[in-house]
Write a protein that binds this ligand. Structure first.
Ligand code: MN
Ligand code: MN
Ligand code: MN
Length: 282
């Protein structure tokens, strides 16, 4: 290598799940997989929980990899569910406390669904729903699995069609987290609010109203994005002065193309995120 040769580009992966939500690898396993994949930083972004962050941090310290404490929140924008990444969370315990309050509401909702199902002639045990959720955020798919296991329906599709869809006997409205509240929660915890995998929905008219709410960035590189999505999102981020992010949305084994590090996100994107945080603190 000559003296003026450019250093090899370093890559990061800023979207991954562990057993703290619906991934198959433990937080330690996720960090080890990221290390093996050769990325220099990993964001752990479990669904609606930061329960895996402390363990992942320990593993990252051991391996000399940077851990970005994160979360992927399910929020609503004008009635449509949107995923919102909170990256660089500083007050992990504070945000986790707020999320636990929401999780408690989901538990109450699941119990109400179980009661309605019993009244509709399809009794299931709440414990079966809990077991199906694997300790993560409880939702209708877990109730559906319990209905299948109890033999009331043949598959999850039938569970939704007969019992769980809007207007069916087991349906209970979900307490919604509005996107403005999600952004505010992430900011209170010191993080950056980034729209996850906007895909084809990532159009100017949907992004523009979020800018005055304090939206920080867009996930530009994601396995679900087409080349056209990447181009449009990159231009939108530039136009609105938002940071860009990217990651594999890794869930562990058997997730096909979602391989850690596969999005080849340059470390410079992470540096730009650090700069936005520093500018906010100043
Ligand atoms: Mn997931
Ligand atoms: Mn998502
Ligand atoms: Mn995800």
């Amino acid at each position: 290598m000559t003296a003026d040769a450019a250093p090899a580009p370093r890559h990061v992966d800023l979207h991954a799940h562990s057993t703290a939500s619906d991934g198959t690898a433990t937080p330690t396993g996720a960090v080890e997989a990221a290390h093996r994949a050769g990325v220099v930083a990993l964001a752990l972004t479990d669904h609606d929980t930061l329960a895996g962050v402390a363990e992942a941090q320990t593993a990252a310290d051991r391996l000399g990899l940077r851990l970005v404490p994160g979360v992927e929140l399910s929020v609503h924008q004008e009635g449509v569910e949107v995923h919102l990444l909170g990256l660089h969370i500083r007050d992990v315990a504070g945000l986790q406390g707020e999320l636990e309050a929401i999780r408690y509401q989901r538990r109450v909702r699941a119990i109400a669904m179980v009661e309605r199902l019993a009244a509709a002639g399809a009794p299931i045990a709440f414990e079966a729903v809990l077991a199906a959720s694997g300790g993560g955020a409880i939702g209708r798919p877990h109730v559906a699995r319990a209905l299948v296991a109890a033999g009331h329906v043949k598959d999850q599709r039938e569970a939704f069609d007969r019992y769980l869809a809007f207007g069916r006997p087991g349906y209970v409205e979900k307490a919604r987290l509005e996107i403005a509240d999600g952004i505010a929660m992430i900011h209170r915890a010191g993080g950056l609010a980034v729209i996850a995998h906007p895909g084809a929905e990532g159009r100017r008219e949907r992004i523009e109203p979020l800018v005055p709410l304090g939206l920080d960035g867009l996930e530009v590189r994601h396995p679900s994005h087409t080349a056209e999505d990447v181009k449009r999102l990159d231009a939108l981020a530039r136009h609105f002065g938002l940071i860009v992010s990217g990651g594999s949305d890794w869930h562990g084994a058997m997730q096909g193309p979602r391989v850690l590090g596969a999005m080849r996100v340059p470390e410079t994107w992470l540096e730009a995120q650090d700069a936005r945080l520093a500018a906010r603190a100043a």
